[in-house]
Design a protein around this ligand. Structure first.
Ligand SMILES: C[S@@+](CC[C@H](N)C(=O)[O-])C[C@H]1O[C@@H](n2cnc3c(N)ncnc32)[C@H](O)[C@@H]1O
Length: 247
C-alpha cells in the first residue's frame, strides 16, 4: 500500500480544499440529474468532497484506508454531522450496512489498485453498497493522454512561497509519482519527497474492469466542466459515471 503517513500532512498543498470546491457545479448537476440523497466518499482523504456534498444537501459518509488521512478529515469536518471511518474500499460491506445513492472514488484513488483483479474487487465492493438506481463516480488524473505521452515532469502546483513537482517513472502498467515538495523558508528552502505507485488505468481498462464488476457506463467526461473525454490525447482527467447492470 502507498503510505500516506507523511503525505497526509502535506496533502492539502497537492489537492487543496479550494481546488476541490472548483468541482462543486459538476457535483451539483450530477446530484440533481440522478436525484442523489446520500453519498459515500470511499477514499475521502481530507474530507473536502464530503464537506462540499453536505453543503449541496446530500447526507454524507466517508471512509479511507489511511488512519492519518481520517484523523485529519475528522478535524476538518468537526462542525459537520458526517460519519467517517478507516476502511478499505475493497471491503465496504464489512463497514457499512446502508446503501448509497452515490459513491465517489476520486482524485486517482482507484489507481492505488495495481492489478486488474484488485480494481475489479474494489469496483464490486462499491457496486454492492449502491442503491438500485445508484451511481458510482470514478475520477482519475491518470488519463489516456498521460499514458500515451508519458511526461517525466509535471509542475503540479506553483505558489509564491512553495512548489510541488511530480517526477514520473513508468514501469509497464504502473507509474511512480515522486512528489517533490519545496517550501521557501526565511533564509533558504526546505523540501520533502514522497513517492507513490499508481496503476495506469486507461479508459479501456476501466471499462473492462467495470463491466466485470457489474457496471455499465452512463457518462464519460475529460474534466469537471463536462467536456467530452478525448482518448487519443488532450483530456487530463478520466471521469466515469457508472450504474449497476440489472441482475
Ligand atoms: C490521491 S488521494 C485522494 C483523496 C481525496 N479523494 C481527494 O480528492 O483529495 C487517494 C486516497 O485514496 C486512499 N486509498 C488508497 N487505497 C485505498 C483503499 N484500498 N481503500 C480506501 N482508501 C484508499 C488514500 O489513503 C488516499 O487518501
Amino acid at each position: 500500500m502507498n503510505d500516506y503517513k507523511q503525505l497526509a500532512y502535506e496533502y492539502e498543498v497537492l489537492n487543496s480544499r479550494e481546488d476541490i470546491y472548483k468541482q462543486k457545479d459538476f457535483f451539483k448537476r450530477i446530484i440533481e440529474k440522478y436525484n442523489i440523497k446520500s453519498s459515500l466518499d470511499c477514499a475521502c482523504g481530507l474530507g473536502w468532497h464530503l464537506e462540499m456534498l453536505d453543503e449541496l444537501g446530500v447526507k454524507c459518509y466517508g471512509s479511507d484506508i489511511s488512519s492519518d488521512m481520517i484523523s485529519l478529515c475528522k478535524e476538518n469536518l468537526m462542525s459537520k454531522n458526517i460519519v467517517v471511518k478507516v476502511e478499505d474500499y475493497k471491503k465496504l460491506n464489512s463497514s457499512w450496512d446502508i446503501k448509497f445513492d452515490m459513491i465517489i472514488c476520486v482524485t486517482s484513488a482507484i489507481n492505488h489498485m495495481l492489478e486488474d483483479k484488485d480494481i475489479i474487487e474494489a469496483l464490486k465492493s462499491m457496486n454492492n453498497r449502491l442503491s438500485d438506481n445508484g451511481i458510482l463516480v470514478i475520477a482519475s488524473g491518470v488519463s489516456d493522454a498521460l499514458i500515451i505521452n508519458k511526461p517525466k515532469l509535471i509542475p503540479a502546483k506553483l505558489y509564491s512561497d512553495k512548489a510541488v513537482y511530480f517526477f514520473l517513472e513508468y514501469l509497464d502498467d504502473k507509474v511512480i509519482f515522486n512528489i517533490f515538495n519545496i517550501r521557501k523558508t526565511e533564509a533558504s528552502f526546505e523540501h520533502s519527497l514522497n513517492s507513490m505507485t499508481l496503476s495506469l488505468i486507461s479508459k479501456k481498462r476501466l471499462e473492462y474492469c467495470s463491466l466485470l464488476a457489474g457496471f455499465k457506463i452512463i457518462e464519460l467526461f475529460g474534466d469537471f466542466e463536462f467536456n467530452e473525454y478525448i482518448e487519443a490525447d488532450m483530456s487530463k482527467r478520466l471521469i466515469m459515471l457508472l450504474k449497476k447492470t440489472p441482475n
